[in-house]
Design a protein around this ligand. Structure first.
Ligand code: F6P
Length: 490
């Protein structure tokens, strides 16, 4: 499938690095957070990449200004060179883009997080944040893409995620022949749910995506939802079998390619000094059987219901108290958004309630750690007996892929049927309905009492699948789609 080195323009809101200053005033470079950045990192060593991202920190803005808005030379941790172009958006517009539209509206919509009897309440503020925030920031991205295409018209553009729904249309209007691909990392809800948004906005989203030559999703479920919504909301003519959407005299290839992880890199990481040290610490305090969850503190991750499920599990049999513990390693996320800061409060209250009920002699059932600590997460991946993933909806959920790769205890994955990962790994996991807490309690019991042979067989099957379908395979599938699109044009 690989077609040699290519020229790629990668566009995402969060970039692969972010700059800061240390105590001596020297510039520091920190790797950007999140699974998307890790997954896309693989592109950098194999292709000639210009990465366009938002300037997020103050120092990012300084770097962007020093470069006169153009790209600077950067390199990955393993020394692969790439060019980074930081777009310094207007700060007020960026706040509306990220904290008003992208997360509280688009993320909530695409994960079905609203309680429709009460939320959302949309008024003129949304339209204002859309026009003078989301569209303005997308237009800044489109300007940067057009400028890079003027320097190299052969480069293919790869937009990433829900922050950039309208940018492809803005680029297409100015560079009609550009080869454009877009990958969506979160679920695509069914048409009716899109009707919560005002008509011009939901149309602009679908029209924007249909300006791409290729649109990718992690699962067939999200792919089909998009094709149906594109037909219902934007009048596209869609072929569900072929994965094609015809619209405005153009054709978009719509496909499903599940993102994955770099298996070899995770195995190496698991043996690193820092991870082994963190693992020793965990071994010293771990319960006899460990149920692990690793998430961002995002309402879509369903953490509060997960604690309630664990309470029901303990309640069912007093023998479990003192023997089985839950470790929740949670990375604080999007704290400028009220729904997210309130959710951390709800997580803490629920953990406290369950702990108050069952704690005795210094033992607590739920160890709650709220910090960004990837080393601790990888150490815990090695030690779980049950990995608990009960997301309400999830585009993929990379934890469900990372953790089994390095687990040393024949651990079992309990997995939400609404996580994208379920489409691939479901037959080797214990499936849960994320709303059914009694079912989740039973799933924990089933996973913890499974025979060693059964556990081992499931874990090995997951690993074999992931080694065969790793992140390089995901990247190459997208590039193959672009080749197919280029071929369809001639
Ligand atoms: O799941 C989509 C995603 O963009 C991930 O790639 C990333 O880990 C996460 O959301 C974090 O988002 P943010 O950039 O808002 O912190």
């Amino acid at each position: 499938m690989g077609a040699g080195r290519r020229k790629l323009i990668l566009v995402s809101n969060r970039g692969p690095v972010t700059y800061g200053r240390d105590e001596n005033g020297e510039r520091t470079t920190r790797r950007g957070a999140g699974g998307l950045v890790t997954a896309l990192g693989g592109l950098l060593s194999h292709h000639d990449v210009i990465w366009i991202a938002s300037a997020m920190s103050d120092e990012d803005r300084v770097v962007a200004a020093e470069a006169g808005g153009e790209a600077v030379d950067e390199q990955t941790y393993d020394g692969s060179p790439f060019r980074l172009r930081l777009v310094a958006h207007d700060e007020v517009a960026y706040d509306r883009f990220y904290n008003v539209v992208s997360n509280p509206v688009l993320w909530f919509l695409q994960h079905y997080l609203w309680d429709l009897a009460y939320t959302p309440v949309l008024d003129a503020a949304l339209q204002h944040a859309w026009d003078d925030g989301y569209v303005q920031v997308n237009s800044g991205f489109a300007d940067a893409v057009v400028a890079e295409l003027a320097l190299d018209s052969d480069a293919a553009v790869l937009f990433q995620d829900y922050h950039l729904f309208v940018a492809p249309r803005l680029v297409r209007e100015r560079v009609p022949d550009a080869l454009l691909g877009h990958f969506i990392h979160i679920p695509w809800p069914q048409t009716d749910y899109w009707h919560v948004l005002p008509k011009p906005i939901r149309r602009a989203i679908h029209n924007g995506l249909l300006a791409n030559d290729a649109v990718g999703f992690h699962t067939h479920r999200w792919q089909l939802n998009f094709l149906r919504a594109a037909s219902d909301l934007a009048g596209a003519e869609c072929d569900l079998e072929e994965g094609l959407a015809r619209h405005g005299g153009r054709r978009s290839l719509v496909s499903a390619h599940p993102i994955s992880v770099d298996a070899a890199e995770f195995e190496r990481l698991a043996e690193s000094e820092e991870v082994v040290a963190a693992e020793q610490e965990l071994i010293a305090r771990r319960p006899e059987q460990l149920v692990l969850r690793v998430d961002r503190t995002d309402p879509s991750k369903n953490i509060v219901r997960g604690f309630r499920a664990f309470e029901l599990y303990l309640e069912a049999d007093p023998e479990r108290i003192g023997r089985v513990g839950m470790l929740a390693l949670l990375d604080p996320s999007r704290q400028d958004i009220p729904e997210y800061s309130e959710y951390i409060g709800a997580i803490q209250r629920e953990a406290r309630r369950v702990n108050d009920r069952f704690e005795h002699d210094g033992w607590i059932p739920i160890e709650l750690v709220i910090e960004d600590n990837f080393t601790a997460a990888v150490a815990a991946y090695k030690q779980f007996d049950v990995l608990f993933v009960n997301s309400i909806f999830d585009g993929m959920n990379l934890v469900a892929k990372e953790a089994p790769l390095v687990n040393r205890r024949d651990g079992v994955v309990v997995l939400s049927e609404n996580a994208g990962a379920h489409e691939e790994l479901g037959s080797w996991a214990v499936t849960v309905n994320p709303f059914d807490v009694a079912g989740q309690a039973e799933a924990i019991d089933r996973a913890l009492t499974m025979s060693l042979a059964d556990r081992r067989e499931r874990l090995e099957a997951i690993r074999t699948h992931l080694r065969e379908h790793d992140v390089a395979w995901w990247v190459e599938s997208q590039l193959a789609d672009l080749d197919r699109c280029a071929a369809l044009r001639v």
